[in-house]
Design a protein around this ligand. Sequence first.
Ligand SMILES: Nc1nc2c(c(=O)[nH]1)N[C@H]1C(S)=C(S)[C@@H](COP(=O)(O)OP(=O)(O)OC[C@H]3O[C@@H](n4cnc5c(=O)[nH]c(N)nc54)[C@H](O)[C@@H]3O)O[C@H]1N2
Ligand SMILES: Nc1nc2c(c(=O)[nH]1)N[C@H]1C(S)=C(S)[C@@H](COP(=O)(O)OP(=O)(O)OC[C@H]3O[C@@H](n4cnc5c(=O)[nH]c(N)nc54)[C@H](O)[C@@H]3O)O[C@H]1N2
Ligand code: SF4
Ligand SMILES: [Mo]
Length: 894
Amino acid sequence: MNTIANEQAAEVRTTCPYCGVGCGVLARVASDGEVSVRGDPDHPANRGRLCSKGAALGETMGLEGRVLHPEVGGKRADWDAALDLVARRFSEAIAEHGPDSVAFYISGQLLTEDYYVANKMMKGFIGSANIDTNSRLCMASSVAGHRRAFGEDVVPGVYEDFEEADLVVLTGSNTAWCHPILYQRILAARHARGTKIVVIDPRRTATADECDLHLALDPGTDVLLFNGLLAHLARSGAVDESYVAAHTCGFDSAIQVASADAPTVEKVAAGCGLTVADVRLFYELFTTHERAVTVYSQGVNQSAHGTDKVNAIINCHLATGRIGKPGTGPFSVTGQPNAMGGREVGGLANQLAAHMSFENPADIERVARFWNAPKMARKGGLKAVDLFQAAGDGRVKALWIMGTNPVVSMPDAGRVRAALKACDFVVVSDVARTDTTRYADVFLPAAGWGEKDGMVTNSERRLSRQRPFMPIAGEVRADWRIISDVARRMGFGEAFDYANPARIFREHAALSAFENAGERLFDIGALATLSDASYQAFEPRHWPMPIGHEANERLLGDGWFPTPDGRARFVPVRQEGFAQTTDAAYPLVLNTGRLRDQWHTMTRTGAVPRLMANAPDPVIDLHPLDAAARGLSEGDLAHLSTRYGFARAKVRITNAQRPGQAFLPMHWSGHFAGAAAAGQLASPVTDPYSGQPELKQVPLRVTREQTAWEGVLVTRRDLRPTGFVHWSRQRVSGGWVYRLGGTETPDQGILLARKFVEVFRPDQLLEYRDRKGLTYRAAAVDEAGAMAEALLVAPLGQLPACDWLVLLLGSRQPLAAMDRHALLSGRSPSPMPSVGRIVCSCFNVGVNQLASAVASGCGSLEAIGKTLNAGTNCGSCRPEIRAIIDAGRVQAAE
Ligand SMILES: Nc1nc2c(c(=O)[nH]1)N[C@H]1C(S)=C(S)[C@@H](COP(=O)(O)OP(=O)(O)OC[C@H]3O[C@@H](n4cnc5c(=O)[nH]c(N)nc54)[C@H](O)[C@@H]3O)O[C@H]1N2
Ligand SMILES: Nc1nc2c(c(=O)[nH]1)N[C@H]1C(S)=C(S)[C@@H](COP(=O)(O)OP(=O)(O)OC[C@H]3O[C@@H](n4cnc5c(=O)[nH]c(N)nc54)[C@H](O)[C@@H]3O)O[C@H]1N2
Ligand code: SF4
Ligand SMILES: [Mo]
């Protein structure tokens, strides 16, 4: 056995593989193989805290869903055969059709070393820049905005700025759910020093729960709002004129365009769908708080005008000189664990390595020289949306996808599926089997978190190690090794002869310093000589780390910018119209985004019962007026369609949505629901500068699905139902819960659903059907007499609560007579009030329990914590608990 596993006592210091906060994690493997994790008290990002996802990491380490050996044509193959085939097919395509006939589509889930090697292979040795990443869907507009304003893709601030600010503006960011530990740091500062918080988001999110002002602006009107702010700053004499004169250029034209676009607060309010008083309050807060940080994320980036939105924000910070000083700055928070590392290595199709650029011929030569590259790419390559288009129409003949699930996460996902079907040769490297791996000619199993070894960089430019603490499972291999193995087979020999990730990292660090006389801020030259041992022991640190200089944590504070004249650029931006407008056929606007406890396409978080419990079903949020206009009630199944595709989800009616707007989580894949993937609906329209798709807005039609029956199947089996209008499933302890529904009559629904239990022998099956044939209940028992499966089918709205069935499934105890009776009567043997949807996933506390605690006098988070423990561990659920307390207060007052 591997020595790492034997050292059970030792905790290994590593980094969380989910969001860009980049929290430190201490992981330990017990003698029974169980993995436990806790927050690393010494990691500067989180100081010991973890959110709900991080805290549940230990529960994602099972081998379920993993593929532990390569596959060719869906059949097990050995590594040599698989790698030979990949190398041969890529080489043949290049020989026959040129380097641009192949492409890589990679991911911010990869470590810096993996990313570096993939980029080097494509841009320096294959000779094409057809390598793009899921960061195109995520950070591309921020990258483009930074480069336009600063000359380089630089986030100037650090996390302490959130704590040292007097005003934090959170725009297009559901920080409470998506960067939970940062959000907790902001709230702690607010409680300590009264930080003002402004939230700008069309939805009332959990983040808007505790703020001084929530601006629920009309989707896509951010440029107007920030142009109005720039004009207001100028009008009220708040512009830092000496800073503007000394360190920037283009102010006059920016202010001219902004003032024409947003001449008055009234015009801004009308254009953004806000009240004049709210807009004025925001402008006053920004004007009067010198220490202001503007945090932005996908509500800004994922837009057809995302780059302009970024520059509209940066313009306001440049005008006030609020950049790079404590408590100030525009702050683009990154999404994935290594979104920032991917930008450092130049993983985007229009970038070169180490923050160099295709626009500068000297950069191209420099990188070519450093790599000793035989075939250097000389121009940018295909960006994600175009790349899949090219795979579909035959221009790209061989495509290698690593660490991303594009048939779920790309917009117009139906077309991405068709493209993968059409493409001659598709390779997928992943940790798990996913919707995308189904289209792979060759599947390459990659090492996952806990096995892999390398570096990641978080939102504040802090490098941190992901360290292995488990032996590598089966035959899986680290991504850098898989890529290097193929590169060597393609004849790129020595340049990919890496013995370990430390060697790759040193090369990456050396390139950042190569011929860099201070003009590129990304310089980690001091790490180019890191020994293997120091790499192993590396403590989290910010870049830059140039040779011989003390690290300066904040950047750009001295007023020097990495542009040819050393000045920052104001970028004049105008509020543009919508990329696509609503009409009679598609009258609503669909917004998509994240849930608190799920990570992307659910390949890991979907396997954890307690992370599934908060939002077990695909749900579309609608305003009461929009629901009423369509005859939709809470819980009804809705049919959702856009110009690109359709999906189905249960309706939730909520005032958190504005009329005319709907919200669907991005997470649901074909693995978890019949048809609920937001990507099928999303629009592939992109921003002209960044190529980032407009994932946050698409015209939508919602109608009622005429469901007549519903069913629930509680089972140990991992099934993929077919033939149902609706199904979705939830991982629970001991198995799965499937929710079913159809437009057939209830008796036909019973026939359909009964197919599940027909596999059991009659003596294993208890069955009940009412006299009219409308409701049906069945339970299957195993050899030991314990419940293996239960199925309930009933006309719409008549299905009983099934919490107790889940408990029975988990218990694995032989059924008592009263249980059998209960199964047939469809009712719990002992009166068991449903705890309701789980809110606190650490202590398994449901909404019904919270509501009754509030009703019986718990009026604060502290009181709830004392009574139910809820909210006292990771804290991710605190905004939701607060909302339940507030709702209780409203009820009490009525
Ligand atoms: N729980 C969880 N956390 C995550 C992730 C996850 O999958 N799950 N993923 C990580 C990744 S990769 C990323 S990129 C981040 C994303 O983090 P966020 O960007 O915070 O998350 P989203 O939910 O995608 O979108 C943020 C908000 O933008 C709002 N929005 C929509 N349109 C507009 C608009 O026109 N203007 C403004 N101002 N706002 C708008 C939406 O209503 C939404 O609330 O989260 C990271 N953290
Ligand atoms: N409608 C809509 N669509 C969106 C968004 C949205 O807000 N709305 N957000 C977009 C954004 S910001 C993002 S970042 C994307 C995310 O979209 P994806 O990248 O498609 O999402 P993930 O589920 O994180 O996919 C990562 C895959 O990599 C695998 N994996 C994990 N670690 C490793 C590893 O070390 N090596 C390898 N080879 N594989 C690994 C996982 O098993 C998983 O299958 O979605 C985008 N799509
Ligand atoms: S905030 Fe949560 S998901 Fe993000 S890095 Fe920290 S523990 Fe992981
Ligand atoms: Mo992302």
